[in-house]
Design a protein around this ligand. Structure first.
Ligand code: NAD
Length: 366
């Protein structure tokens, strides 16, 4: 596209930071560059009213810097609302490192990234995300205390995925209660898309309750292994949205509820772990509502992981982690009632509750 063909509205969309569609009230964005290690990272600090901005670091081979920037902005904003709606005293932040985690990650790069995190003086606290492992958090921990998700041997909280799965299960049960009048999943057909760390534990919970699980993944060997282990039905390929199921649980990628998939859905409930499930949170939130499909907001029901890592900062133990995660059930039901009362989408209701908490804290501080 040449400059002559760009209209003013397009130019606005293309402004590098403040004009990005996902730039939504962020407080600070930090670009980290180090020639020696090849580090190219972006830290997005969306909001610190409730506390330090906590959110994981993702290492990914982004096709462009635009894509990386857009990703970090969307994710850091999501963290603000996730922690706020869950009742944690945390703000929202996230970081991305541009590169292939399999071939370009090394200790020197992680330590340099840790130095950038440290330079923010605790305003941003990092954790694991895609492409990261507990070991990487340990390397960061050697240069800064502003990191969570470190090894249990170093006083960390360990792998958050089982807790995330438990929270998603709670959100799913609350959704079933709202739609079917009972939260018992016995006999319910549930499609779990993506059977990785979170997906597998979720399959385990649903199966134990007598639910009928259909699993989908891009890795056939994984599907066969889990099918044997849990007696789940395997569905290969991407033509899954029209399957005759009660519940669709996206546990792989974001944006799977989009213009192409939304009209195909037969499920009565969407409740899963993936972040940013709605490609367009307003448009697709409304369309789900019109179609009578109940959407359990992703940032509300997948908060088990953040509850788990926050334990390292707030110094609470296993029992409190489980109680707080179990409470996702009640919060989800409250959000559904609020959405119905106000005639808004469940996503809007969850955002409003989160924003009210942030606004109240802001007013207290004045
Ligand atoms: P994971 O990488 O362990 O698992 C993801 C699974 O999805 C993999 O098995 C992968 O093969 C599969 N997958 C990828 N693309 C797919 C596709 N197109 N169709 C079907 N399957 C596909 O990740 P995870 O830790 O289990 O997290 C799952 C989702 O939940 C992610 O979106 C993540 O951001 C979100 N989440 C995870 C946590 C956590 O504690 N791990 C917390 C909050 C949110």
């Amino acid at each position: 596209m040449t400059s002559e063909t760009i209209e003013v509205k397009d130019l606005k969309k293309m402004d590098p930071v403040f004009g990005q569609l996902s730039f939504n009230g962020h407080e600070q964005i930090v670009f980290c560059n180090d020639e020696e290690t090849g580090l190219k990272a972006i830290i997005g600090i969306h909001n610190t009213v409730l506390g330090p901005a906590l959110g994981g670091t993702r290492m990914w081979s982004y096709k462009s810097e635009w894509e990386a920037l857009n990703d970090v902005l969307r994710l850091s904003r999501g963290m603000t609302y996730k922690s706020a709606v869950t009742g944690l005293d945390l703000g929202g932040g996230k970081a991305v490192i541009i590169g292939d985690a399999k071939t370009q990650k090394n200790d020197a790069l992680m330590a340099k990234f840790g130095e950038f995190v440290h330079s923010l003086g605790g305003k941003y606290i990092t954790a694991e995300d895609v492409g990261m492992e507990t070991r990487d958090m340990d390397v960061i921990h050697d240069v800064t205390p502003h990191v969570t998700g470190i090894s249990e041997s170093r006083g960390g909280s360990g792998n958050p995925s089982p807790i995330t799965a438990y929270g998603v299960f709670m959100g799913m049960k609350a959704s079933a209660k709202h739609v079917f009048g009972t939260d018992n999943l016995e006999g319910r057909k549930v499609l779990v898309q993506g059977v990785g760390h979170v997906g597998e534990t979720l399959v385990d919970y649903i199966t134990k309750e007598g639910g009928e699980v259909i699993i989908n993944d891009i890795h056939e060997d994984r599907l066969l292994e889990l099918s044997k282990k849990y007696g789940a039905t395997v569905h290969m390929g991407s033509d899954i949205y029209g399957l005759d199921v009660d519940i669709y649980a996206p546990c792989a990628l974001g944006a799977t509820i989009n213009d192409n998939t939304i009209e195909q859905l037969n499920a009565k409930i969407v409740a899963g772990a993936a972040n940013n499930q709605l490609a367009d949170e307003i448009k697709h939130g409304h369309r789900l509502k019109e179609r009578g499909i109940l959407y359990a907001p992703d940032f509300l029901i997948n908060a088990g992981g953040i509850i788990n890592v926050y334990a390292e900062i707030a110094k609470y133990g296993r029992d409190e982690i489980m109680t707080k995660t179990e409470n996702i059930y009640n919060t989800t039901l409250d959000i559904f009632s609020l959405a119905e009362k106000e005639g808004i989408t469940t996503h809007e209701a969850a955002l409003n509750v989160a924003q009210s908490r942030i606004d109240a804290r802001k007013n207290e501080k004045k």
